[in-house]
Design a protein around this ligand. Structure first.
Ligand code: PAF
Length: 260
């Protein structure tokens, strides 16, 4: 069984996960659930975009078989007093900006793994921190899932596909690829021999700060497994960033030495 957990409003990035699952497994289950546990007050839980009919056709044309779209009451029939929490990895970067987010993700993913049963579970590298956390949780708890990471799907100008790109106004959409450009400039600096992560971070920050519509949340150079910030960069380093454009908050990450 292949499992592709999503929050719906599927795009070509999700389709690539479904296609990967369909290539590897006999039965592909796509879950679609906007999980309230991973949204903090004031975030976009109630306005998260949704188009169930279009999702059905994305799933079918990518080779998926079943869409599991539970209601909030089905998933959480009573107040949750149990939380799955992955220490350390959940505290940095997205976890520092959104302190309750990853406990919500790991709790719902654990429930989905329990509901679906033994499976290969497909997650996008666009949410690289989430992927690292789910991998660690699955290993630590011996959950019956093989976690598979799949490459980020991008627009022609480098913008990573995300359901939240729909929040971008036309000028913000034009400006948004600056995040990927900044991360790529950091990767290029490391490839050219820069080893001081503070210098790499400052370079990425200055690319983003030159874009008037961008409000920088963070840029980071971190170990891809522990997600710990690095002082000295090497070819294993991964570069991460989060930027706001109006009401859209976008995240992205790149590896050193990736081909574009
Ligand atoms: O990446 C997402 O869409 C969500 O965080 C996930 C994994 C479906 C859990 O709600």
């Amino acid at each position: 069984m292949g499992l592709v957990p999503t929050m719906g409003y599927l795009h070509a990035g999700h389709a690539s996960l479904i296609a990967a699952a369909a290539a590897d497994t006999d039965l592909v289950v796509v879950t679609s659930f906007v999980n309230p546990l991973q949204f903090a007050a004031g975030e976009d839980l109630d306005s998260y975009p949704s188009d169930p009919e279009r999702d059905e056709s994305v799933v079918a044309s990518a080779g998926g078989h079943v869409v599991f779209r539970p209601s909030r009451d089905e998933m959480y029939p009573r107040p949750m007093i149990t939380t799955v929490s992955v220490a350390e990895l959940s505290k940095v970067m997205e976890g520092a900006s959104r302190p309750t987010h990853f406990d919500g993700v790991t709790t719902v993913v654990t429930k989905l793994f329990s509901i679906v049963g033994r499976c290969r579970a497909y997650f996008g590298e666009k949410d690289f921190q989430q992927l690292a956390i789910v991998r660690r949780m699955t290993a630590d708890l011996s959950l019956p899932a093989d976690v598979v990471g799949c490459p980020t799907v991008r627009e022609h100008d480098g913008l990573a596909l995300s359901s939240r790109n729909v929040y971008l106004g036309p000028d913000e959409r034009k400006a948004a690829p600056v995040l990927n450009r900044a991360l790529r400039s950091g990767a290029a600096a490391i490839e050219a021999g820069e080893s001081d992560a503070a210098v790499v971070r400052a370079g990425m920050r200055s690319v983003i700060e030159a874009e008037p519509l961008a409000r920088l949340d963070y840029v980071e150079v971190a170990d891809p497994e522990t997600l710990a910030p690095l002082e000295n960069c090497d070819s294993r380093a991964r570069l991460f960033g989060a930027v706001r454009f109006g009401r859209a908050r976008l995240i992205d990450n790149v590896a050193v030495g990736a081909s574009w």
